[in-house]
Write a protein that binds this ligand. Structure first.
Ligand code: SF4
Length: 320
């Protein structure tokens, strides 16, 4: 395991070799066991990366297993209806990701004969796939030698090198690629992620138990923040994305995946009042724009409801 070194003085070649040895040794005994780890099916890696984008690992594990049974191949997912895909996304939140994954599967089948392209720019041209996901699929699913840089990896590299500021994206990727081992790149990428999740966390790095503490320019410099004095809790209104997620969750469980606006309003807020209708309407329209709800049902019924002059009779359905 070696790398030629980087333009950053604290990351020269001998130092990088020591980092490789220390982190890979730690990873062999402390690395997490995850169902997508060691899995080299590019499609299943793509699924895991979509799920992990905004959901914690613990919640993704079971959902990933169930998904791979329900849609074991890219063809199975591409054939599915959008409603089936949304129903299978249960518990993961940020439901638009499910539709993007579905669109990506259809594009892979339509444009690439069902094979994920073995090329990072081509992967990035697929719906919902950004630079991080493209590289993760290339490395973890296809064995390609490329650095996979998420916010955790960025934080670790910046801390190890003792940089005072974050690097621009391209520079960061270049440095990460230069630090990548010549052979054990898969384990290195996975190990950095584990270190970021378990040891070198954003708020409270555990430098004392870090395998890189003797090699890191920032070891011990990120003291734990002092405990904040306890104030009376201020109850805040949850953000709109919370209610967007609740609407989809309610429709998933509703008979026929269909509810009236009135039912939805009351299910969302115990003190729902007709004055809240514009608020509810905005949420529903944003979900329709994202393709998560059936617009036809709403538009047709909205017309009827207008005639009855009570929009609360309008029914909403999960997208077909
Ligand atoms: S020594 Fe501390 S700051 Fe450096 S990588 Fe380890 S946990 Fe992070």
């Amino acid at each position: 395991v070696s790398a030629p070194g980087t333009a950053i003085p604290t990351l020269d070649s001998p130092h990088i070799a020591r980092l490789h040895r220390a982190l890979l040794r730690w990873y062999r005994t402390h690395g997490r066991t995850l169902p997508w780890r060691g899995n080299h099916d590019p499609y299943q890696i793509l699924v895991s990366e979509f799920m992990l984008q905004q959901t914690q690992v613990a919640r993704v594990i079971e959902a990933f297993r169930a998904w791979c049974v329900r849609f074991p191949t890219v063809h199975a997912l591409a054939r599915a209806r959008r409603r089936e895909v949304l129903l299978a996304w249960r518990g993961l939140g940020y439901n638009r990701r499910a539709l993007h994954l579905h669109e990506a599967a259809r594009a892979i089948v339509d444009l690439h004969a069902g094979e994920l392209p073995r090329d990072i720019p081509a992967l990035q041209s697929l719906p919902g796939i950004g630079p991080y996901t493209a590289r993760a699929v290339a490395c973890f699913g296809m064995g390609m030698r490329t650095a996979v840089v998420d916010v955790n990896v960025e934080r670790i590299l910046v801390r190890i090198a003792g940089l005072e500021r974050k690097l621009p994206v391209r520079e960061l990727q270049r440095v990460a690629d230069e630090v990548l081992p010549r052979r054990a790149w898969y384990d290195w990428n996975q190990a950095l992620m584990d270190l970021g999740a378990m040891v070198c966390t954003a708020a409270a790095p555990r430098c004392d138990s870090c395998p890189l503490r003797r090699l890191c320019a920032s070891a011990g410099m990120h003291a734990l923040p002092a405990a904040r004095p306890r104030h009376a809790r201020v109850l805040r209104e949850p953000p709109r994305r919370f209610y967007r997620g609740r609407v989809i969750a309610l429709l998933r469980d509703a008979p026929g995946h269909r509810m009236s606006l009135a039912e939805l309003g009351l299910a969302l807020k115990v003190d729902y009042h007709t004055d809240d209708l514009p608020w509810l309407h905005d949420i529903v329209v944003s979900l329709m724009r994202d393709g998560l709800l059936r617009p036809e049902a709403l538009l047709t019924e909205a017309k009827d409801a207008t005639m009855r002059s009570d929009p609360h009779h309008v029914h909403l359905e999960l997208v077909e």
